[in-house]
Structure formats: structure tokens, C-alpha cells
Design a protein around this ligand. Sequence first.
Ligand SMILES: Nc1ncnc2c1ncn2[C@@H]1O[C@H](COP(=O)(O)OP(=O)(O)OP(=O)(O)O)[C@@H](O)[C@H]1O
Ligand SMILES: [Mg+2]
Length: 189
Amino acid sequence: MPKIDSESGAGDVLDNVTGEVEFRNVEFCYPSRPKNPIFVNFSLHVPAGRSVALVGASGSGKSTVIALLERFYDPSAGEVTLDGVDIRRLRLKWLRAQMGLVSQEPSLFATSIRENILLGKEDATEEEVVAAGKAATATASSPSCRRAMTRRYCGGFLYVCCRARAHVLPSPKSKSNSSFSELNLKTKE
Ligand SMILES: Nc1ncnc2c1ncn2[C@@H]1O[C@H](COP(=O)(O)OP(=O)(O)OP(=O)(O)O)[C@@H](O)[C@H]1O
Ligand SMILES: [Mg+2]
């Protein structure tokens, strides 16, 4: 049985999540590189409702912060908390449903934009899908947004579509690991 079991129904769920996130004295290394610590005594406090940007050199650990918050991995010491509760105590599917992640290298399926957005929330209404599309593009008018939903996804819409998928989540909490990935590419060149 894997230590992090995404199918497990065990664990608590919180009522009325405010979204306060804290990393407290976290230590972490990737299992494949146990002698290469990514975090030693790392702490970060994100108050509820605040927008935070993690800025740093390529390889400094920004994506790893998100990976720990999503519980793709657990720290070897310290804790990550949501509203003061260690996220290891929370039901994993529920925890991940509280967050919308637009990853650095997002993937979409070769179907309509609507179907791709619905992957963020299977039972979203048409209104929610359109609202998510509008929120992601910031400019789309409602009629043109509705028409766009039926089109097949094409490359240029990659980030817009992935942002919309994150927006359609029931909760307002969303994080992006992508906004500056073009910058990353430049710094890596
Ligand atoms: N799955 C993995 N297995 C082993 N090492 C990894 C893994 N993912 C990342 N790393 C290493 O962990 C360190 C931090 O990587 P991370 O991806 O968090 O950096 P980043 O700040 O997001 O970088 P970038 O700006 O390039 O996105 C790097 O040294 C990286 O090589
Ligand atoms: Mg990264």
C-alpha cells in the first residue's frame, strides 16, 4: 500500500476552509535523490485570502512547494498545514479538490474546451463552465465564450483552458505554477 493513497477515504474534512497555509520547519528530499535535500528547515506562512508569488532561480524549489501542498510527497520532517491542520490528517481527495492547479507543463485532452474545463468539476453547470472560461480569458463576452466552449481545443488556448479548469472548481482557492514558465524557458536557455 503506498504511503500516499489518493483513493483512500480516510481522513478528516474541514468545514468552512479559509485557506491559510503554513509550511513549518519542513525538510524534504525527493525519494530518488535522498542525499540531495531540497528543503532544510523551510517555513512559509500564507494568510487566508492573500495572493503569493514564489520567485527564485530555476531549481530553487518553487514547484516542490506546490508538490508538497498537493501531497504528491510528504516532508521527512516538519509539517504542512491548511487552516492549522496537518494536511496528512485530511482526506486526500478532499484536500486536492480545494485547490486548482495550473501546472507548469499542463496537459489537455483532444476534445472540446468545455469537456476539458469539466475535468475540473464533473458536475459543473453550463453557467459555471462559461463563467470559468470568462474568468480565465478576462475579456471574453458571454456569447462568444459560449460559442468557444464547443470548439475543439487547439494549442494556442493551452493556458487559458487550464486556467479555466482551475476556475471551475467549487472553491475560490487556486494556484498557478505556470504564469512565468515562459520566463523560465528563457532563463534556462
Ligand atoms: N521528481 C523529482 N525527482 C528528483 N528531483 C527532482 C524532482 N523534481 C524536481 N527535482 C529537483 O528538485 C529541485 C527543485 O526543483 P523544482 O522543480 O521545485 O524547482 P523550481 O523552482 O520549480 O524550478 P523551475 O523554475 O525550473 O520550475 C531541483 O534540483 C530539481 O532538479
Ligand atoms: Mg517549477
